[in-house]
Design a protein around this ligand. Sequence first.
Ligand code: GLN
Ligand code: ZN
Length: 762
Amino acid sequence: MQKNNLGYPRIGVKRELKKANEQYWSGKISRQELFQVANKIKEQNWLKQKEAGIDLIPCNDFSFYDQVLDMSMALGNIPSRYNGVVIENRENTELDLYFAMARGYQKDGLDIKAMEMTKWFDTNYHYIVPEFYKNQKFRLFSNKIINDFTEAKRILDKTPKTVIIGPVTYLLLGKEKEEGLNRLDYLKDILPIYTDMLAQLTALGAEWIQFDEPFLALDLTEKEQQAYTEAYSYLRQSAKGLKFLLTTYFDALEENTTVATSLPVDAIHIDLVRAPQQLGVVLAALQDNQSLSLGVIDGRNIWKNDYQQSLDLINKAIGKIGKDRILIAPSSSLLHVPIDLSQETDIDPEIRNWMAYAEEKLEEITELAEIAEGNTSLLTKNQDTINSKRISEKIHKPVVKQRTAGITENDAQRNSKFAVRQQLQQESFHLPLFPTTTIGSFPQTDEIRKLRADFKKGNITQEQYDLEIEKETIDAIKWQEETGIDVLVHGEFERNDMVEYFGERLDGFLFSKNGWVQSYGSRCVKPPVIYGDVSRPTDMTVKWTAFAQQQTQKLMKGMLTGPVTILQWSFVRNDQSRSETTNQIALAIRDEVVSLEKAGIKIIQIDEPAIREGLPLRKKDWEVYLNWAIKAFRISASGVQDETQIHTHMCYSEFNDIIEHIAAMDADVITIETSRSDMELLSAFSDFKYPNEIGPGVYDIHSPRIPTIEEMVTLLEKAVALLPVKNIWINPDCGLKTRKWPETKLALENMVKAGQKLRAKI
Ligand code: GLN
Ligand code: ZN
């Protein structure tokens, strides 16, 4: 059995790469210094894996920014707008061109937009989307792949495995930027470049190439399946000496199983954490000379592996194809988990003992291989830990479980239908036509961040902290009143982050000190960990919301984060279904909604920006997910009287294919991000497909630009053409926490004026 790792986190244990990148960008360190940091991280990663006993150690999994962008550089897929970045008398090098593509370039009289970024499958990692144009030429451009191999080989004193994005996945990850073009047609153009690289690697003594082809675990068209056959027979022909490891993850091969196994590759990697059920089918379809890499250790979560569960899978595979054809591996690259658990000195040791970060997962690979060879004491020790988790009172709270077990259809229904509620709410609120509001947060200024940091460090008391937050809140309310906004918000000044704030107040959550995971480029996130049954010991937002309502005669909107979003942006326990955990969170939020209502809050917003990103990768699984996710939202929203108005908010996403489910959320008002698409996204809600009230965002909050009154009126007129007038609200696209006050004020003043203008016109 071989021990195989697919990829290792590259930000560094202390986020060294993040810091060095940012320093380089701001001109504080030289290119050489940045390379030094990068080389050190690579070296440490390689040696760590060698020490852990990994046989197939990945190289080229390191990236300064993103591995898909690296591939674009390798293939010379550089959009022509970057042509001016590297010219002779400019200091710029390939690295600066690379960063220009990732981040845009505003220097030397140039103003070039960055390439688009999007989510890497269903992870929170974002990659740089390759762009494709007509008559495009490709050429071997960057030597990173080759250099990385040489470096790794020297440091390891052993042949590393080169990781590259497979040609079909590379094309599918991209986007055609012109009409009349199918990016798959470029397969024949990029294959020779792959061949060139493989030839160079062969000459340098390479053995294994890991081709990442996660698209094989997704729904494919026939043309796409065909592309796989074409691509790999071509590569096989031209790189006879290399061993190919075709790597899939995040879902099952399913109907693509024989597409994959009939390819001339030496081994196939499958994800047995997400899709253990595929093992039998894949084993049966494997060719006699093919090995199978078993992805049994979770590359997407932070829990210790249940060795017995993995061993059952490994033994099944051994029984069918024998030890020699088996590799043991994590389910996916370890890029998606934090690095070193031993840094987490503040986590309750009992709970920490149930966890594993990347470094610990390397050890798990080796231990599993040993257990499969007969080391039973390792297995016993592991099973003791797993069992302690199974019965721990820290995790299992009978009251919580009883409550979710007792959820009825009724709990997920408002008392009356929307039409009745709308009437009652109108009579109670007396809001004008096209009421104006905002999405919740106001600028989180440097002073507020510093205040929070000081409070966390213990430099200031709770009283001092509260006093400052009160001041900010009062100012924001006074300003909203003066500006003439109809439904006010308190500004969320007391919140660090929309999930963390709630996680810190709920039982069953913990926060790591160093559990950073790369989100994109130099940006890292530290997701909360849901380790146990979730409950709400006490009110979470009532104090600040009630305080805010006391400052004004106008309606104050309470602000909560929804259950699906809290789940989606956390590391979730794996000993019960995601839907069960979501229901627990939903009940906690429901109780908070009811508490707010009792405290006199008449409008409550439950944000669910992450509903769409939770969609399973395979279409056939959508329905099941949407049913429990939408129901969880309804559970959180349905504890209140008809007169209480529930809002929800979602950021930029397609709604067309899930509009019925969005409607089934039955929020009285939904606010969505629409301005960047010129209200195009709104069309999903027209033609009576969406009966409730809607606030289509009228300006983009991602830039400091101040929208004009006229352009917002124009957008609103588009909305008026699509929707019943009495259902339309006016609001920005999203929360304003990343903006500065001056632009926020000017933009919202214009927004209010746009509302007045529109009312006068109708
Ligand atoms: N209420 C949140 C805010 O305004 C919503 C943020 C979001 O949609 N991501 O910040
Ligand atoms: Zn938003």
